[in-house]
Design a protein around this ligand. Structure first.
Ligand code: FMN
Length: 242
């Protein structure tokens, strides 16, 4: 049975090269309306999107995100933030600073971001999320004038694609999905997947390499994971309670 939404989801790949064509106001509004229609935990709606238009700020963000040129040259660059500053205006004496509020905000922003990217892809646009926005979170806060109780979680580059990369194979569904209880890793299935990823890397158009997914993960987990994050969150008023 044909399902165009599912087909679109399955055809996802990140786009990092864009034409100079801007997004019309109408297209931006379509994407943003789709984004904010996402579910929201307890209807708290604790997300803000900063649309970065200023060229100097974009260039500074290229550097702050680890020299990712598409942050500067995508038609649009949006920063998704957890935002309880709004709520503090409405309920100044409310309870703030809980770790749970960070998790809730991160989940909501993630869901909203994916709605945005999917809507964009449905309109023949492409994009890529930018976790690099958390490389220098407090400098990003300063640059974008984010007040206490606002924290940048991820960026999103959007634009008309100037490349058509192959889809990256994902882990098999049976490795992601467990039934009734946690099931230990199926090593044979992993070996097969590693081989599939190796073939994908060897044959893809750009940035060919010869390694498996397990090799990727080993390299990733050999490095610290932004160990400054807890302090940065505290500086912005998060995780100050428990
Ligand atoms: C939250 C998040 C942050 C990401 N950050 C970056 C980033 O900073 N730079 C980048 O080039 N890609 C980034 N990506 C894209 C991933 O590298 C990409 O989704 C992954 O390799 C799978 O490839 P695909 O999206 O083409 O299927 C990010 C993806 C997510 C979901």
């Amino acid at each position: 049975m044909q399902n165009t939404v599912v087909d679109l989801m399955k055809s996802h790949r990140s786009i990092r090269k864009f034409t100079a064509k801007p997004l019309s106001r109408e297209i931006q509004e379509k994407i943003l309306t789709a984004a904010i229609s996402a579910s929201s935990s307890s209807f708290v709606q604790c997300v803000s999107i900063i649309r970065v238009v200023n060229k100097d700020k974009r260039e500074k963000l290229v550097t702050l995100t680890g020299n990712q040129p598409y942050v500067g040259n995508a038609a649009e660059f949006w920063v998704f933030c957890i935002d309880y500053a709004r709520h503090q205006k409405i309920v100044p004496k409310g309870c703030y600073g809980y770790t749970e509020q960070v998790i809730l905000g991160a989940v909501d922003a993630g869901i909203m971001g994916q709605n945005a990217l999917l809507a964009a892809e449905s309109l023949s646009l492409g994009g890529v999320f930018i976790g690099g926005i958390r490389n220098n979170p407090l400098e990003v806060c300063k640059l974008l004038e984010l007040p206490c109780q606002v924290f940048p979680l991820m960026g999103l580059c959007l634009g008309y694609p100037e490349e058509s990369p192959e889809c990256k194979p994902r882990l098999p569904v049976d490795i992601f999905v467990h039934e009734d209880r946690y099931q230990s890793l199926d090593r044979d299935a992993l070996d097969q997947y590693d081989q599939q990823v190796r073939e994908y890397y060897k044959n893809r158009t750009n940035n060919k390499k010869d390694n498996s997914w397990s090799d990727d993960i080993e390299a990733k987990l050999a490095k610290e994971a932004r160990p400054f994050m807890q302090n940065a969150l505290k500086e912005q008023g998060f995780m100050t309670v428990i």
